[in-house]
Design a protein around this ligand. Structure first.
Ligand SMILES: *Cc1c(COP(=O)(O)O)cnc(C)c1O
Length: 435
């Protein structure tokens, strides 16, 4: 019997380890940072050490640690020379910050639909959105799978655009042998507690190949000031913010980074093992991984496919909600994540922005921008069918292992195969309730 109907859950409490995976080494690193951080100065050693270690890990020369991924992306947009009214291409299915970083520079996000196989921006649909105002493309390595950089690079070069990687979900992944974070002209990564490289709390990493972009991003990071090698003149050159990372977050992240390579290998192996089992189960589609890249499964996205079960009168939504409810009751964390493409969010539907409709109405933008959700049918379809495992609540990272993945798979086997009749009854009841 399904646990949602009173049966015994497949997974008992304590079986699945939460993310991040904290070791004695991490505790020592934070404790040492406390000892060395008084009095306050900038930058403190753990911050510089984190920046140098990330630069070495991804093989990119210039790195700045920031206090969030959102901040790191805003730094990248500004360092690309994006100005008010300029346009930046962004994917339609992602976390808000991939697009709101553009608004933070008073510029205009232009959304492009998604590829149904990779969940990433569809390179074939980018060119049609490029205008004489376009300055940059933000590609997101969604779920932990790098986007299609060979094609995106070609488009960016052809149109003279800066290519920016949002690597918030993909630390430790590879594309054609190159590490996530170093796949474009610049990158922004998040160190939010849930992410594959975690600060436990909050943090971010900006990276670039270019010394001038590095200087510009650093101004944005610290009050618009030029930070010379010694001393500080307290003279803001441009609009800047305080995006400095907390020293304890930096120390914790630096320590985690020593194990990132290993942790990524565990994630890859766990995801591959789970997909191998789930690909034989009707009712869900496991994520695809093209041959030229690796997946680190920040999220493990599943698309529900009630069509597999040959029940024609059941809406996808009711089936999805029943699967979510049943899987959760079996002790496995699962959720929908984004319910709709980003341009369908109220921010873009109402276009109030900073107030008075800025940046769309401030006079710098081309007139006529609008965000009709129907222009993103693939992203909408993914949002309609998607359920995700992963993140902190059903992590594919260590110490969870192949045995944990078998437990995950057992849940789906019970829900979709052994107790399918109960699941369908549950879905029909959902449907009746929703009308
Ligand atoms: C988490 C995330 C961000 C934002 O990072 P924060 O550190 O939370 O500000 C940006 N883009 C994507 C794709 C993310 O998943």
């Amino acid at each position: 019997m399904l646990a949602v109907n009173g049966g015994k859950p497949v997974i008992s409490e304590g079986t699945v380890a939460p993310w991040p995976y904290v070791t004695e080494e991490d505790r020592e690193a934070v404790s040492n940072a406390i000892d060395k951080a008084v009095p306050w100065h900038w930058p403190m050693d753990p911050v510089t050490e984190l920046e140098e270690a990330w630069a070495e890990f991804i093989g990119m020369p210039h790195v700045l640690a920031a206090n969030s991924g959102t901040a790191a992306l805003h730094m990248a947009i500004s360092a690309a020379g994006v100005e008010p009214g300029d346009e930046v291409i962004v994917p339609s299915d992602t976390f808000l910050a991939s697009a709101s970083c553009v608004l933070q520079a008073n510029a205009i996000p232009v959304f492009v639909d998604t590829d149904y196989e990779t969940f990433n921006i569809d390179p074939a649909k980018v060119a049609e959105h490029i205008t004489d105002r376009t300055r940059a493309i933000v590609a997101v390595d969604l779920n932990g799978l790098p986007a299609d950089y060979a094609q995106l690079r070609e488009i960016a070069d052809r149109h003279g655009l800066t290519l920016i990687e949002d690597a918030a979900q993909s630390h430790g992944a590879f594309y054609q042998g190159k590490p996530a974070g170093a796949l474009a002209d610049m990158s922004g990564a998040s160190l939010n507690g849930s992410k594959c490289l975690s600060a436990l709390g909050e943090g971010g990493l900006f990276a670039t190949w270019d010394a001038d972009q590095h200087r510009l991003a650093r101004r944005v990071l610290m009050f618009g000031e030029e930070i010379p090698h010694q001393g500080r003149d307290y003279n803001a050159r441009i609009m800047g913010w305080n995006y400095r990372i907390d020293v304890l977050a930096a120390a914790f992240t630096r320590s985690q980074l020593r194990r990132l390579e290993h942790m990524s290998q565990v994630r890859q192996a766990n995801g591959a093992a789970l997909s191998k089992i789930l690909s034989d189960l009707p009712g869900v589609r496991p994520p695809a991984v093209p041959d030229d890249r690796t997946h680190v499964y920040f999220f493990y996205p599943l698309l529900v496919q009630p069509e597999d079960l040959e029940i024609d009168d059941l809406p996808v939504e009711s089936f999805r909600d029943a699967v979510e409810q049943a899987v959760k009751a079996e002790g496995l964390g699962i959720m929908r994540w984004q319910h709709q493409p980003v341009p369908a969010q109220t921010l873009f539907q109402e276009m109030r922005g900073y107030g008075r409709g800025c940046p769309w109405s401030c006079g710098h933008a081309r007139p006529g921008h609008s965000y009709d959700p129907q222009r993103y049918p693939v992203a909408s379809e993914i949002c309609r069918r998607r359920l995700v495992l992963g993140q902190s609540f059903s992590s594919l990272g260590p110490p969870n292992d192949l045995q944990t993945m078998r437990a995950f798979a057992d849940v789906f086997h019970k829900v979709l195969v052994e107790e399918r009749d109960e699941l369908i009854t549950l879905a029909r009841a959902q449907h009746a309730r929703q009308g």
